[in-house]
Design a protein around this ligand. Structure first.
Ligand SMILES: Cc1cc2nc3c(=O)[nH]c(=O)nc-3n(C[C@H](O)[C@H](O)[C@H](O)COP(=O)(O)OP(=O)(O)OC[C@H]3O[C@@H](n4cnc5c(N)ncnc54)[C@H](O)[C@@H]3O)c2cc1C
Length: 419
């Protein structure tokens, strides 16, 4: 399919034409009666899966069904942090694959996603945490991932505005991943959508899946707000709504949905040039190109499918932020919003086929799924096309909880609200 290539030259040319030459970035097709693969969910993961199915495996008779508009879910609501600083072998190679895909994403998609490898630094506040970060950094290096352990003075030279002598949470050092950073979240949805559409994938917005039709036990298609659509394979990538969609096939998932809020402040002069993550509470912050501080904290702590949270968590996040950066107490918050997190029982995701024929699952991203978007799509496409898991997702199986092979990165046990 022909699609307009974006370049400095195309901007120049369209400037001369008074910007009348731009075409729609993707089509708005009517659903066909049948597809080889239907993907439920036009978030980052669903759209990335469609792109890699088409690009890597030549499978283009694919539809992405989205109940709202693409980017209206978590992909457009997150705090945009990407990193691959994981400890466990079940996670680390996967997130590193993702970071490598981020590094080439804009060229791959011919789309400016504002990938900014400005560095991610986890601050540590006591001896045992310093030892834990040392261990994590060593594990990362053993996997070929960049990691630097910083002492207090090194952190101070990078982030002089932290409260180094806080009586409860003195800063002792940090774990830095320079290749981590931020990516403009909704541009990721748009870039993947445009690239998948250009290869022939149908992206069908305002099409809610309301039922999963099975014949002789096998999935044969979905009931939607726009009628029945048949398929050979059904791929669920519905993030916070995973449990509700899977329940349409009588599948009960080891997932709870919780709301997570994020915040942006008024625009400030640039002073945070990396991503800073508090080690003694839940708080992480970066500064957007417009100057706003983009920050978040913990989930609200109760099960919910609502995309808004409560004020107690706003207070909790603000307290943690001010404990780390006292100057924040004078900053005004401009906006806040919430998204629905599919919290798995061990804090790690699931990319697997289910016991129901033709039904595949991509879920359990908790609040770390944005950074996983490229690898998630890449590996889910691999599973759908080849019928076997990609090597980096070998442990991300649905039955790992029954078998006792949890991937519990934080060692917290089966407590989805704590991961
Ligand atoms: C406030 C916040 C901050 C976060 N910060 C980060 C971060 O800094 N770094 C990070 O790595 N991760 C972060 N995350 C997590 C990350 O955003 C998610 O894990 C990830 O985006 C989930 O995958 P997705 O993009 O496919 O989800 P979504 O964008 O939510 O896509 C799922 C889609 O499925 C659609 N859908 C649901 N049910 C149906 C149905 N029945 N029919 C059709 N469509 C349906 C939804 O409308 C939605 O568009 C954050 C999340 C939030 C909310």
């Amino acid at each position: 399919m022909s699609v307009m290539r974006y370049s400095a030259f195309s901007i120049f040319l369209n400037g001369l034409r008074k910007n009348t030459g731009w075409t729609s970035a993707w089509r708005f097709p009517e659903p066909k009666p049948h597809y080889d693969i239907i993907i439920v969910g036009g978030g980052g993961h669903g759209l990335a899966t469609a792109h890699y199915l088409a690009k890597e495996h030549g499978i283009t008779n694919v539809a992405v069904l989205e109940k709202g508009y693409i980017g209206s879910g978590n992909v457009g609501r997150n705090t945009t942090i990407i990193r691959s600083n994981y400890l466990l072998p079940g996670n680390n190679p996967f997130y590193e694959l993702s970071l490598k895909l981020w590094e080439g994403l804009e060229q791959d998609l011919n789309y400016n996603a504002m990938v900014s490898q400005r560095g991610v630094i986890n601050i540590c506040h006591n001896d045992s945490q310093f030892a834990a970060y040392m261990r994590r950094g060593n594990a990362m290096r053993l996997h070929g991932v960049d990691a630097e352990l910083l002492d207090r003075d090194q952190v101070k030279s990078m982030l002089p505005f932290l409260d180094f002598d806080n009586a409860r949470f003195p800063v002792q050092g940090g774990l830095l991943q320079r290749r981590g950073g931020t990516v403009r979240h909704d541009a990721v949805a748009w870039g993947y959508a445009r690239a998948a559409d250009a290869r022939g994938v149908d992206i069908i917005q305002h099409c809610e899946v309301t039922g999963i039709r099975r014949e002789n036990g096998r999935v044969v298609g979905v009931e939607t707000s726009r009628g029945f659509i048949g398929c050979n394979k059904l791929a669920l990538a519905a993030a916070g709504n995973s449990s509700r969609v899977a329940a349409m096939a009588d599948l009960r998932l080891p997932i709870e949905s919780h709301v997570l809020q994020a915040f942006v402040s008024e625009g400030l002069k640039p002073f945070i040039d990396c991503v800073v993550i508090f080690g003694a509470g839940h708080f992480y912050v970066s500064q957007s190109d417009k100057g706003g501080l983009v920050f978040g904290g913990d989930i609200d702590g109760y099960n919910s499918y609502a995309q808004r949270g409560n004020l107690a968590t706003v207070e909790h996040v603000a307290e943690a932020g001010v404990a780390l950066i006292p100057a924040l107490s004078r900053v005004r918050v401009l906006r806040s919003w919430g998204g629905i997190m599919d919290m798995s029982m061990d804090g790690s995701p699931i990319i697997d086929r289910t016991h129901i024929d033709n039904l595949y699952l991509n879920a359990g991203w908790c609040y770390g799924g944005f950074k996983a978007t490229p690898a998630s799509g890449y590996c889910f496409a691999h599973l759908l096309a080849r019928g076997e898991p990609h090597a980096t997702t070998a442990q991300m199986r649905l039955d790992r909880f029954e078998r006792g092979y949890a991937i519990d990165e934080r060692g917290l046990g089966a407590q989805p609200n704590l991961h």
